[in-house]
Design a protein around this ligand. Structure first.
Ligand SMILES: [Zn+2]
Length: 265
């Protein structure tokens, strides 16, 4: 399979998942059902035809306006679709097209949805957050495969040790964030790290493992400093930065680990 085909296929799957992600982003914070009613224009209420709903292309063809009432459609929709497409494509660069690619990309897609919701509502729905954590913990269960060296399926031990490592790393990260949150609360009498951040720290620990997850947190903190300085009294949503740090650490794991080991050489 050529690289171009892999990337295009991953991009298209990501665009389609991104379209569904928009439904989650719009409906979950309002407590609406995610399956019914079918997609409709929030301004005029007309149900969308399937050709109004093609990821990215429909928004471009309609020039960002509703086909019925011409009211503008938020650029958030095509942006989420494009970003999800790019997430699926970049993860495919690391994994190729397989179960690992799909599950890992799906976790990144959920982190993107959580980021957008955190940005808009300053609140993160547990349903999506815990789904991401569960997928990150249980990823090894989706990776049934053959050991190329022996030509037989991997023994269960293979998955068991991966599962144990993921649970351990998630627990250490979640406990660290919980402790850090308590310390900050004692120091400045304000809630700095919420329950949502603790769950995401667990997801990051499970996905990345040590020491990559520490680099991801560091990148997230660096990226969050500038908006935190500008916002002053406003809250700065931290979830988008945690998600960005996770992506950077996941994609650039090799140079990061190389640099890390050089510190101790
Ligand atoms: Zn309309």
């Amino acid at each position: 399979m050529s690289l171009a085909f892999t990337l295009l296929f991953a991009l298209f799957v990501g665009l389609a998942i991104g379209s569904f992600l928009n439904v989650l982003i719009v409906r979950i914070p309002k407590g609406e059902n995610i399956a019914f009613p079918p997609s409709h224009c929030p301004a005029c209420g007309n149900a969308l035809k399937w050709w109004h709903n093609i990821p990215l292309l429909s928004w471009i063809a309609l020039r960002g306006r509703c086909a019925y009432c011409q009211s503008p459609i938020s650029t958030l929709y095509p942006a989420v679709e494009l970003l999800t497409g790019l997430l699926f494509a970049t993860v495919a660069l690391k994994t190729g097209l397989n179960a690992d690619w799909f599950v890992t990309s799906l976790i990144f897609a959920l982190l993107l949805a959580l980021s957008v919701i955190d940005f808009e509502y300053y609140a993160v729905p547990d349903s999506l957050n815990l789904t991401a954590l569960a997928l990150a913990l249980l990823t090894p269960l989706f990776l049934f495969g053959w050991d190329m060296a022996t030509g037989s399926p991997h023994p269960f031990d293979h998955y068991q040790s991966m599962l144990v490592t993921r649970f351990e790393d998630a627990a250490v990260m979640a406990a660290s964030f919980f402790a850090l949150g308590l310390l900050v609360k004692l120091a400045i009498k304000k809630d700095a790290l919420g329950e949502a951040d603790i769950i995401i720290a667990g997801t990051m620990g499970a996905m990345l493992g040590f020491p990559l997850v520490l680099v991801a947190i560091y990148i997230a903190a660096l990226l969050a400093i500038v908006p935190a300085l500008f916002a002053r009294n406003h809250m700065v949503p931290f979830v988008p930065f945690l998600a960005m740090g996770t992506w950077v650490a996941y994609i650039f794991d090799e140079p990061i680990l190389h640099w890390w080991s050089s510190l101790y050489a």
